[in-house]
Design a protein around this ligand. Sequence first.
Ligand code: MG
Ligand code: MG
Length: 265
Amino acid sequence: MIVLKTNEEIERIRTSALMVSKTLGMLATEISPGVTSIHLDNLAEAFIRDHGGIPGFLGMYGFPNTLCTSINNEVVHGIPSNKPLKEGDVISIDCGVLYDEFYGDHAYTFAVGEVSNDIKELLDVTKESLYKGISAMRRGNRIGDIGNAIQRHCENKGYGVVRELVGHGLGKKLHEDPQVPNYGKRGSGKLLQDGMVLAIEPMVNLGTHRVRQLKDGWSIVTGDEKVSAHFEHDVAIIDGRPEILSTFDFIYDALGVIKKDIVIK
Ligand code: MG
Ligand code: MG
């Protein structure tokens, strides 16, 4: 069942989403060769609790940590560890917060130091595809329009779009209906309406779209060991149009990146 949100509820989700955005911005300054993902996890948990939030992933379905930290060929659901990051790695950090009864859930893939041009392009294209998907999230379109926009943009570049893991509705539960695949047919699936809040989250591989799960019961890795990227925003439909509730601005500020204006027409 899809739970539509009032504008007041959407503002509360925005507050939770922005707490995640600020957490990711804080982490952006910490990521460098030699740092461990468990250190990042500890920092994130303290930051969220200091801001009055509850780590949204900790204990969810039995997950042991605040962050999902997925390195290189890990797609999502990586468990923080004491293995140091290396120059040229990428780390996808997915973070959830529960605050004032509502969840925020968003993710960014960071380069550790300098990465290869192939990987840079994967990160850029995956992030672009996120905004392509968001642009399709408007009243009167359907869920399949979102996935189709993401899939076409990534497959044009020869990348693999992960099928087994999908975006989702977001609200008082971390994962609500509907599921939001990153692939699909135009005009298929549930109708999009005002008050829907969705976590849009392309998971895109440099090589094959196939994935498998590690024996830890969590980490999803690519079938060919090539690198994967993951970017996620929380988005509401207000007055027929997509409104992004989370932001990468805190990350861009931390990294000194000049923001590219993303225009949602
Ligand atoms: Mg997430
Ligand atoms: Mg999500």
